[in-house]
Write a protein that binds this ligand. Structure first.
Ligand SMILES: *Cc1c(COP(=O)(O)O)cnc(C)c1O
Length: 347
């Protein structure tokens, strides 16, 4: 597909669009209209151009979203809110939501109760967040997340970056975004210029399947690397999308090839309407154990769970270490063999 084809195709933003584009059957119109009221629909032109079963499952609403269960704030953001748009859970870093808008709405979104609202954080709230940062020297890192911070115009993003970079104790500005993958044309010279501040700017790309890494997405990742932005990735383990070792191997290999270090594989959160995407933890551990034997260490993310209630993220394993009951250890190798290991004498 040529570049102009990608630009001309409009985004899908409604139940009607889904049906007229052949992404959902006419018979599902009523169900889709109800789901649309619950959580916005949007599929970007780039993802429409790359449509595959794994992409459709992430963005096309499914009747199972109406099933009950799940919780409104699965990772407990609200328990650590210190102001509108600002969450401070770990001493050295905060999360700032500058917008709740995204280029695509993922049906498993763990922030779906908030994400999708139009508009950016009001100036008074943004200023209050900046005041909090100036007054809290323990904070070394600001994480801009969503909504998707890279949907902001380069002018607005540049203004935000400049005001953050004026906080003297800030060392790192981290951006979590799906834009380089789902809307790569937004990674323009003007946007890259907006990211140029004295602090280290890290970007964590959200991506769940190798089908998302289109030639245009890979080119956008390359532009970010060329601009000096180190890239990490974060994925969610999703039933029916990427819940097998071969699919995740293909994703992590594609990321490493494109200079993106896989950072986290999230166990799927208990978000409302996302129950059909959840796997068991045992399944996740088995997949990670398989990948440990197959993949370069550089390509392996940590498999993590955000403990419901706001208690933080923890690695789930698989674990390779056990106490032997006599002051030493038993270590399991990637093939399942077990080996004794002793600490230094007298410690
Ligand atoms: C996930 C999260 C972070 C970032 O955690 P890292 O392990 O540093 O990626 C920070 N604050 C909150 C509230 C979070 O949920």
């Amino acid at each position: 597909m040529s570049r102009s084809d990608r630009i001309l195709r409009p985004a899908v933003t409604s139940a009607d669009d889904l049906i007229s584009q052949g992404l959902a059957p006419e018979a599902s119109r009523d169900v889709l209209a109800r789901l649309e009221d619950e959580f916005r629909i949007r599929i970007s032109p780039e993802m429409l151009g790359a449509m595959s079963p794994a992409i459709a499952a992430q963005f096309v609403p499914d009747a199972r979203e109406a099933e009950t269960g799940g919780i409104a704030d699965p990772i407990g953001d609200d328990a650590h809110r210190v102001g509108r748009g600002l969450t401070h859970r770990y001493p050295d870093r905060v999360i700032l939501h500058a917008t709740q808008t995204c280029e695509v709405y993922c049906r498993f979104c763990f922030r779906r109760e908030k994400v999708g609202e139009e508009g950016t954080l009001p100036e008074a709230d943004l200023q209050a967040a900046l005041d909090y940062l100036h007054a809290t020297p323990a904070v070394r890192e600001v994480i801009l997340t969503g909504g998707d911070p890279l949907v902001l115009s380069p002018r607005r993003l540049g203004d935000l970056m400049a005001r953050l970079s004026a906080v003297p104790h800030l060392e790192v500005i981290r951006i979590h975004s799906r834009v380089p993958v789902v809307a790569p044309d937004r990674i323009t010279p003007a946007l890259l210029a907006a990211l140029e501040v004295p602090q280290a700017v890290w970007l964590v790309v959200h991506t769940n399947h190798a089908d998302e890494l289109t030639p245009a997405a890979c080119a956008a990742l390359r532009r970010l690397v060329a601009a000096g932005v180190p890239l990490l990735s974060q994925s969610v383990l999703l039933r029916g999308v990427n819940d097998d070792a071969d699919t995740l191997e293909a994703l992590f290999r594609a990321l490493i090839r494109n200079r993106v270090k896989p950072y986290y594989l999230h166990h799927c959160d208990l978000a409302r309407g996302a129950g059909h995407f959840r796997t068991t933890i045992a399944q996740g551990l088995a997949i990670m154990a398989t990948l440990r034997g197959r993949l370069s260490g550089t390509a392996l993310p940590a498999y993590v769970l955000d403990i419901p209630g706001g208690f933080g993220k923890v690695p789930l394993g698989p674990g390779y270490l056990e106490a032997d009951g006599a002051g030493g250890w038993l270590v399991t190798d990637p093939q399942g063999g077990r080996h004794p290991y002793a600490d230094p004498e007298g410690e």
